[in-house]
Design a protein. Structure first.
Length: 286
């Protein structure tokens, strides 16, 4: 499978944590990786690190696949200003965390002959920037595709094959609205909870002396790129607010059982959480 991409020219636009991780893994697969970053110094750093083989914008014309690891505004700006830098017939894709309403804006700027396959690899790590890049983050990840009726089936399959070559285990296909609803629950809400735990008035400088695995796990994603996540939260505002309401209802149910010392209700609450967790892990391991 990996031979599908050996020596294949692939461009990565945006060389932060995710872009650098793509570049590293693609280089391991034997691709000829062309890197582009708004800050030339970062692009040159990626070249020195061996993550990319070229940072010459003229080489973008060679790329069969172009991966946008930029915020939606950055993707739109690149297409508007530099769309003619890309190869005619190239297949474009992205990693944006919010999808609804993006496709019409991208389609308006898409150069003739190009196809844009919207995607979202569900992986990452703490921190930000090229220095945090890690090509192994794709191993066994979920890599979501958001097909549009205008997409060519062979181009969708190409990006699916790329996801598998990167290391993805599951490649579900959903609508933009479904994607954003799922992501509000599985990504937006956990980041909100982790940040809220760390910002609780109960936090003290000595808190770290009293933590175990549960607090560490629950707050891992609080080491957050604030600017990026502010944009993601605002872009998916309504769905994240709905998930916050749903979470609050669940927490209130637990609180009521505790206030009334209802041991049976507490036990049932925890048992259902355990059942769902095991169901989720079992289903995801297939």
């Amino acid at each position: 499978m990996n031979s599908d991409f050996k020596n294949r020219p692939v461009a990565v636009i945006g060389l932060g944590l995710m872009g650098g991780s793509f570049a590293e893994r693609l280089t391991e697969l034997g691709c000829f990786v062309i890197g582009f970053n708004r800050t030339e110094e970062t692009a040159e750093q990626a070249l020195r690190m061996g993550l990319v083989q070229s940072v010459n914008p003229q080489d973008l014309k060679k790329a069969d696949i172009v991966i946008f690891c930029t915020p939606v505004k950055g993707t739109l700006a690149f297409l508007k200003e530099h769309g003619d830098w890309l190869k005619e017939g190239a297949v474009l894709t992205d990693i944006a965390g919010v999808k609804d309403h993006n496709w019409p804006r991208i389609r308006e700027l898409l150069p003739p002959g190009m196809d844009f396959i919207s995607a979202h690899p569900m992986c990452g790590r703490e921190g930000a920037g090229l220095a945090q890049a890690d090509g192994t983050i794709f191993n066994n990840c979920n890599y979501v595709l958001i097909p549009e009726k205008e997409n060519e089936p062979e181009h969708l399959e190409l990006i699916a094959r790329l996801a598998r070559a990167l290391g993805a285990k599951h490649i579900p296909r959903v609508t933009a609205e479904e994607h954003d609803r799922f992501i509000a629950y599985t990504s937006g809400l956990p980041h909100a909870v982790a940040a809220s735990l760390m910002n609780s008035e109960s936090y003290e400088k000595d808190t770290g002396m009293f933590i175990g695995g549960s607090f560490t796990d629950a707050t891992r994603v609080a080491d957050i790129n604030g600017r990026l996540w502010t944009s993601l939260f605002l872009s998916n505002r309504d769905k994240i607010l709905a998930e916050m309401d749903s979470f609050q209802e669940s927490l209130c149910k637990l609180r009521k059982a505790l206030e009334t010392e209802d041991a049976e209700a507490l036990c049932e609450f925890f048992a259902e959480a355990r059942r769902r967790r095991r169901e989720m892990i079992h289903h995801g391991s297939r």
